[in-house]
Design a protein around this ligand. Structure first.
Ligand SMILES: [Ca+2]
Ligand SMILES: [Ca+2]
Ligand SMILES: [Ca+2]
Length: 599
C-alpha cells in the first residue's frame, strides 16, 4: 500500500521520529551497540546487540527502554536475528576469540522463544573464512528457507570480507543444511556504492561494511554503511539501495544536534508500541562525527499511514481515425465527462474524425437494477459485464442513449465504451442511476483500470514464506536465464506463488503444461495437476482436467528457483485450442475485488 511518508523521510529524519533515544543503554547500564530489533512473537520487541565483546539479548515494550535478559555469546559482536516460521530463532554474529583469530561468522539456531531467552541454542556453526585471511563479519540475513527444518535449510547471508586484509568489501554466502558453507565476493554491490559516493564527490578509500535489508511499500531496500576515509570514523555515511529501481543513493540523516557520521545500520518494519505501522532504524554514531550527547547507539522509529491505492479511472485509448487503428494517445481518464467542443481532445489529434475506447471496471454500491446513460456527439457503443447496453454507431448531435443491467453490491464489472466524432462538435459523457443512485456522471472512485492476469507474490528464499513483493503478471511466461526473477528478490534462491482464476472458452478437457527450471506445482480448480517440487533444468510436466466454458476456476501455480538459470511457462491445449501460453484474457487476479465466482 502507498504510504504518507517516503522511505528517505522515515529513515533520514530523526528529529521527526515518533520516538528516539541517543546513547542507548539497557537496564543493566550496558551500551547497546549495533542493536538489531525485531518484533517479539509473544508481544513487545527483542533486541540483540553487543557490549564490548559480549553479544546480549534484551526485551522492550516501547522500543526505547530495554530490559537486559542475558549474554548470548561472550566472544562476538555485530549480531542480527530473525524469527522463523517454526517459531524458532536464528542469530548470526561476528565471532572473535580475541586471541588473534580475526572475525568469523557464527550462526545459532534456537528452537523457540524460551530457548532464546535461556540462551540454549540447539545448533551452532562457526563458518570458516572463504574470502579473507583476516576477517569476515557483519552478517545480515536475506532469507532462511526451512525445508522443513534447520537441518534441511538454505540460509542466504550478506557479509563483509576484509579484502587483502586491508579494507572491508561486500560478499554474500549460503549455508546449506546448516553445514555446507559457500561465499562469493559481491563486487556489484561495491561498484554501486562507490558510484553513488562519486555522485557526492567522494571517493571510498575506507571500508564498505555492515548492511541490513528490509521491505517497505512493496519494495526491497538495503541500507549500507560506507566509510570515505580509511581509519576516519567521522567519515562513515549511509547509502540506500532500492532493489526495484536499482538506484543507490546517499541517505542524509538529520539529528537534533547535527551529527554527521553514521554506521552499522539496521532496520525493521514492524508495529509501533501504539499499534501503528512503523519503521525502526538503528545507527551507531561514532564520537568523531557526533554532536554533543549523540555519540553511541541511536534508535528511532517513525509511524506511518498506509493510504488507499490511488483511483486510477479508466484506460483511455484515443485514435486519430474512426477505425480504432494506430492509437496516438493512451492515458487514464478518471471519468467520462467531456465536452470537446469543436476542438480536439489533445494536440496529438485533429478536431474531427477521432475515436476513443475507454475500458476498465465499474464498481456497484448496491444490489439493484442500474441504468447506464451515454450522452454523445457522435456515435457510441457501451458494454457492461460483457452485455451491450448501447449501440448507436451513427453521426448525430448530442443524444442520450440508455440501457439497464442488474448489478451486485461490492462487485466490479468490466466496462467498455467506444465513441467517435466525425465532425463539428464532440461530446462524450457516461452516467448512471439506480433506485438509490441519483442520475449522475459515474464518479472516478467507482471506475478502475481493467485487471487481467494473475496475482504474483515473489518471496526471498525457497519456501514461499515471509514478506513478499507482490505484482500482477499478465501471463506466466518467463525465461529469466541467469537474471532476475524480480529485482526485489534477485536471481537465485527465490520462490513465487501465482493465484487467480482461469476462464476457458470451450467445454472440453484441457491439458495444462508447465515448463520450468526449477521446481513447480500447479492446481486448477483445487486439483493438483503437476507436482515436481525438485531441483531440475528445463522440464515440461503436464496434467489434464475437464473444464466448462465461461466458468472461472481457481488456479494456483507455485515455483522456486534455486540456482543457475530460471524458467517458468504455463501453457494449455485442448481439442479446440492449439498448445499456447495461457493468454492474459483468460486470467483474472483474485485480488480484483468483487470478481463473481462463476459467470
Ligand atoms: Ca460531431
Ligand atoms: Ca538463477
Ligand atoms: Ca535453476
Amino acid at each position: 500500500m502507498p504510504t504518507n511518508l517516503s522511505i528517505q523521510t522515515l529513515i533520514g529524519d530523526v528529529v521527526g521520529a515518533t520516538g528516539h533515544q541517543y546513547a542507548l543503554k539497557d537496564s543493566a547500564g550496558n551500551n547497546m551497540d549495533t542493536i538489531k530489533i525485531i518484533a517479539n512473537p509473544a508481544g513487545g520487541y527483542l533486541g540483540v546487540y553487543h557490549t564490548g565483546d559480549n553479544v546480549n539479548l534484551a526485551t522492550s515494550t516501547d522500543l526505547l527502554t530495554w530490559v537486559f535478559r542475558r549474554t548470548l555469546d561472550p566472544q562476538a559482536t555485530q549480531p542480527t536475528i530473525c524469527v522463523l516460521p517454526t517459531g524458532g530463532f536464528l542469530t548470526a554474529v561476528e565471532y572473535n576469540t580475541q586471541a588473534g583469530s580475526g572475525g568469523l561468522l557464527r550462526l545459532r539456531h534456537y528452537r523457540n522463544l524460551s530457548a532464546l531467552l535461556a540462551g540454549s541454542f540447539e545448533r551452532e556453526r562457526t563458518l570458516p573464512r572463504k574470502l579473507s585471511a583476516c576477517n569476515e563479519g557483519t552478517p545480515n540475513l536475506y532469507s532462511v528457507s526451512l525445508m522443513p527444518d534447520i537441518d534441511h535449510s538454505i540460509i542466504d547471508l550478506g557479509l563483509h570480507y576484509q579484502r587483502n586484509c586491508d579494507l572491508d568489501r561486500q560478499a554474500r554466502g549460503t549455508l546449506t543444511n546448516f553445514s555446507a558453507w559457500s561465499a562469493a565476493v559481491d563486487t556489484g554491490a561495491d561498484v554501486m556504492l562507490e558510484a553513488a559516493a562519486a555522485e557526492q564527490g567522494r571517493v571510498v578509500n575506507g571500508n564498505i561494511g555492515d548492511r541490513d535489508t528490509f521491505v517497505f511499500d512493496n519494495v526491497r531496500y538495503t541500507m549500507h554503511e560506507v566509510q570515505y576515509v580509511k581509519g576516519d570514523f567521522g567519515s562513515w555515511r549511509i547509502y540506500l539501495h532500492n532493489w526495484q529501481t536499482g538506484v543507490v543513493s546517499y541517505l542524509p540523516i538529520t539529528t537534533h544536534g547535527g551529527s554527521t557520521a553514521f554506521a552499522n545500520p539496521t532496520i525493521s518494519n514492524l508495529t509501533s508500541p501504539s499499534g501503528k505501522p512503523a519503521i525502526v532504524t538503528t545507527l551507531f554514531v561514532p564520537s568523531e562525527g557526533a554532536a554533543p550527547g549523540e555519540a553511541g547507539q541511536l534508535v528511532y522509529y517513525r509511524e506511518y499511514v498506509t493510504l488507499p491505492k490511488p483511483v486510477t479511472g479508466l484506460v483511455a485509448t484515443y485514435f486519430d481515425n474512426l477505425n480504432f487503428t494506430g492509437s496516438t494517445l493512451a492515458r487514464s481518464d478518471p471519468r467520462i465527462d467531456f465536452d470537446f467542443g469543436r476542438g480536439s481532445p489533445s494536440a496529438n489529434l485533429g478536431n474531427d474524425q477521432f475515436a476513443v475506447r475507454w475500458s476498465g471496471q465499474v464498481l456497484a454500491d448496491r444490489t439493484e437494477l442500474y441504468t447506464f446513460y451515454t450522452q454523445t456527439d457522435d456515435g457510441v457503443r457501451l458494454w457492461v459485464n460483457g452485455v451491450q447496453l448501447v449501440n448507436d454507431w451513427t453521426d448525430h448531435g448530442i443524444v442520450e442513449n440508455r440501457g439497464t443491467i442488474a448489478l451486485v453490491a461490492g462487485r466490479k464489472y468490466d466496462l467498455l465504451m467506444e465513441y467517435y466524432d466525425n465532425g463539428g462538435g464532440a461530446y462524450a459523457r457516461l452516467l448512471w442511476s439506480s433506485p438509490n443512485t441519483a442520475k449522475s456522471v459515474i464518479p472516478a472512485d467507482h471506475l478502475f483500470q481493467p485487471v487481467k492476469g494473475l496475482n504474483a507474490s515473489y518471496f526471498p528464499g525457497l519456501t514461499l514464506a515471509g514478506p513478499a513483493h507482490t505484482r500482477t503478471d499478465a501471463t506466466a511466461n518467463f525465461n529469466w536465464g541467469n537474471g532476475f526473477g524480480d529485482p526485489n528478490v534477485g536471481s537465485d534462491l527465490f520462490s513465487v506463488r501465482w493465484t487467480g482464476r482461469i476462464t476457458p472458452a470451450f467445454s472440453e478437457t484441457y491439458r495444462f503444461y508447465v515448463n520450468t527450471d526449477d521446481g513447480v506445482r500447479l492446481w486448477v480448480n483445487n486439483v493438483l495437476l503437476v507436482d515436481n517440487w525438485t531441483d531440475h533444468g528445463p522440464t515440461e510436466n503436464s496434467g489434464t482436467i475437464a473444464l466448462t466454458a465461461g466458468v472461472r476456476y481457481d488456479i494456483r501455480l507455485e515455483y522456486y528457483e534455486k540456482s543457475g538459470s530460471g524458467l517458468l511457462q504455463l501453457l494449455w491445449s485442448s481439442p479446440s485450442v492449439a498448445k499456447q501460453i495461457v493468454p492474459r484474457e483468460r486470467l483474472t487476479p483474485t485480488t480484483a475485488a468483487g470478481i463473481p465466482p462463476v459467470v
